[in-house]
Write a protein of this length. Structure first.
Length: 290
């Protein structure tokens, strides 16, 4: 799955209490699913693995993975669950409800199984601050119905809350080598805002704010963005300048000055290094098709 296609979308989220000793039929969800045990106990069986679940257990089942549940005979569990895809798939012609669960493998349509996440996610973990996780889920509870004109505005709010939850979940579930340091993510938000507003601060202001050394800041920054800080700032400004080259009547000297380059020569040198063309060549070549 290409990260450019990653746009998680929740179809159905609810609270489901089990009865004592209740067992679910073996099933395959076309979408990925997350289950938070809010109370009680139970067992989940999936792909030959068995996990004992208690209050605070969080279970992730990728799309297309068989699984079934058995509730405790004395203290049955309560699921808080959601069914979602890592990028939206329209299955409305095949299913009357968006929960999309198959109980008979002979009828499974493999082409409709949702995409996998690019990195491995743990199937079973225990979370702390259970109430916090429950609050997240409760904000995107949604009925098992497709969005329509009547529910569209409500759906926007649900998806917004779900996006915030997925960010929280991935920060919790992924190992640090797959995601930027959380403090660095917040700093990058501020840096981008400062760049957009033309209020960029000296780099030392940013790493002093994090109370880390210059060297460690540069390491974290490159891990998070793939670029050293100075190159990141240059790339940002060059990209903004490219928009003006294509869609404004400013001359190249005015564009260089507008985006903070000290001289036309310096701007042209950096632009050619990054894009393989001078600003003028880039404008002439790309404006032909506009």
């Amino acid at each position: 799955m290409d990260f450019a296609d990653l746009h998680p979308y929740v179809y159905y989220a609810t609270r489901y209490p089990f009865s004592k000793g209740q067992a679910s039929n073996n099933r395959i969800c076309y979408a990925s699913s997350l289950y938070l045990i809010s109370e009680g106990r139970g067992v989940i069986h999936t792909n030959g693995r068995t996990y004992e679940t208690v209050a605070g257990s969080l279970v992730y089942i990728p799309a297309g993975q068989p699984h079934h549940w058995v509730a405790d005979s004395q203290d049955p569990m309560v699921h808080i669950c959601c069914y979602f895809d890592w990028s939206y798939i329209d299955r409305r012609t095949e299913f009357t409800h968006p929960s999309m669960i198959c109980y008979d493998t002979a009828t499974l349509v493999s082409t409709l199984i949702g995409p996998a996440f690019p990195y491995s996610l743990p199937e079973h973990v225990k979370v702390e601050k259970l109430r916090l996780w429950m609050d997240f889920f409760e904000k995107f509870y949604t009925e098992n119905h497709y969005t329509n004109q009547r529910t569209y505005v409500r759906s926007l709010k649900v998806q917004s809350s779900f996006q915030q939850f997925i960010e929280f979940f991935l920060t919790f579930a992924l190992k640090e080598e797959h995601i930027p340091n959380l403090r660095m993510s917040k700093l990058l938000e501020r840096l981008d805002q400062d760049l957009v507003q033309g209020n960029l601060q000296p780099l030392e202001n940013y790493y002093r704010e994090l109370r880390i050394s210059r060297g460690y800041f540069f390491d974290l920054f490159k891990h998070a963005t793939g670029l050293p800080p100075t190159q990141y700032v240059i790339q940002f400004r060059i990209n903004r300048a490219k928009d003006d080259l294509l869609f404004s009547n400013l001359n190249i000297t005015e564009i260089a000055d507008k985006h903070g380059f000290s001289s036309l020569h310096y701007f042209s040198k950096l632009f050619r290094k990054i894009n393989g063309l001078s600003p003028r060549e880039f404008r002439e070549e790309n404006r032909e098709g506009l």
